[in-house]
Design a protein around this ligand. Structure first.
Ligand code: KIV
Length: 271
């Protein structure tokens, strides 16, 4: 029997076909070669090199400071490890907001230098011309609606989005505008489950949720949340499958005890 891990390379067409077959899409973040290889071999469909690298690995408070050069660097580490998963590189803050030409140059870097196979950018209808410019140039684009963390200073909080009628309608309209502009998929973050359901039904392209309930076309999580490695805060939408931070803390404390007591190294660990 074939497992997802041994099935053919995932492309944007694969994801569209998965939606048509009502087969849920699996996606996780990856920032480095070691983790990307583990996730790819375990059969995840999409590896997102998220700008969340800023908060998860760089110890920053927001995703705003991460640079284009840093995203290219992390993408390339992931791109070389992924055999099957589709690799999507996040466009960092101000790499696409200035003008579509700028966006094209920066998205091109994620593909050429970073080995990404698609890019993701935050924003709705206002960014449709940018999405169209990239798609016309042959760069697949994933949209990102709902909570858009790069706009944290505009919104002032990471509260759930789409809770009032205006914002609800705008998110569905934005999803249609991005589809119209040629986006191949959307991430929908931190919105009521009913809005997730309505958005997924409103467009033909896959809607991949993070805190958008169970009725979307797939799910994405930050890998370090799923593994219990990132513990500064725990979003309600993140399910922890391991408590790796505790496990690592215990292993390191045991190592320190063994060194201090002289029980490491023993004769089998010596030459
Ligand atoms: O940067 C990121 O990790 C993301 C996911 C939360 C979807 O955009």
């Amino acid at each position: 029997m074939s497992s997802p891990a041994s099935s053919p390379k995932v492309t944007t067409a694969t994801l569209r076909a998965q939606k048509a077959r009502r087969e849920r899409i699996t996606a996780l973040t990856a920032y480095d070669h070691l983790f990307a290889g583990l996730l790819d071999r375990a059969g995840v469909d999409v590896l997102l090199v998220g700008d969340s690298v800023a908060t998860v690995l760089q110890g920053r408070d927001t995703t705003v400071p991460v640079t284009m050069d840093q995203m290219v660097y992390h993408c390339e580490l992931v791109g070389r490890a992924a055999q099957r998963a589709l690799v999507v590189g996040d466009m960092p803050f101000l790499s696409y907001q200035v003008c579509p030409e700028d966006a094209l140059r920066n998205a091109g870097r994620l593909l050429k230098e970073g080995l990404a196979e698609a890019v993701k950018l935050e924003g709705g209808a206002a960014f449709a011309p940018t999405v169209q410019r990239l798609v016309d140039a042959g760069i697949p684009v994933m949209g990102h609606l709902g909570l858009t963390p790069q706009s944290i200073h505009q919104f002032g909080s990471y509260r759930a989005r789409g809770q009032d009628a205006d914002e609800h309608r705008r998110i569905v309209d934005d999803a249609r505008a991005l589809e119209q502009a040629g986006a191949f998929a959307l991430v929908l973050e931190k919105v009521p489950a009913e809005l997730g359901k309505e958005t997924a039904a409103a467009v033909q392209i896959p809607v991949i949720g993070i805190g958008a309930g169970p009725h979307v076309d797939g799910q994405i999580l930050v890998t370090h949340d799923l593994l219990g490695l990132f513990t500064r805060f725990k979003p309600r939408f993140a399910r922890r499958y391991l408590e790796l931070a505790d496990t690592i803390g215990k292993a390191v404390a045991d190592y320190c005890d063994d060194v201090r007591s002289g029980s490491f190294p023993d004769s089998s660990e010596s030459y």
